[in-house]
Design a protein around this ligand. Structure first.
Ligand code: ZN
Length: 121
């Protein structure tokens, strides 16, 4: 997994008018949603997991996958993207986790702490 999420936290996120309110992307969403990416090019949010692993035959009409999410007034859209257990996101997530898992397997953590113990003595 070479691709890391694009997260320009210090970017000057442009404001968009929603009725009387002007809202913008909130970088703290990066902390809650580990799949979230922001494209400065498009000034929109995307989903890394779907980008990498969605079924290529799926024509997904989802802003996080297609043209980018800009509904800063509809934060619920982020939870909606995750959706139910059989959502496009969760199917992609399964593949994503399967590839990422080996690094954090219990065996590795065990080996690591053993090594640390040995260094102490
Ligand atoms: Zn997704």
């Amino acid at each position: 997994m070479e691709r890391v999420p694009c997260r320009p936290r210090s970017h000057n996120f442009p404001q968009t008018k929603f009725g009387v309110k002007s809202l913008r992307f909130n970088p703290s969403w990066f902390n809650k949603y580990d799949w979230l990416e922001y494209s400065i090019d498009k000034e929109a949010a995307f989903c890394l997991v779907c980008y990498l692993f969605k079924n290529k035959d799926d024509h997904v009409e989802d802003p996080f996958v297609k043209n980018g999410f800009k509904g800063w007034n509809r934060r619920i859209g982020l939870d909606k993207h995750v959706g139910k257990f059989n959502s496009v996101y969760n199917q992609a997530r399964e593949k994503y986790d399967a590839l990422n898992k080996p690094k954090a397997s219990i065996q590795n953590i065990f080996d690591y702490s053993k090594k640390e113990d040995m260094n102490k003595y």
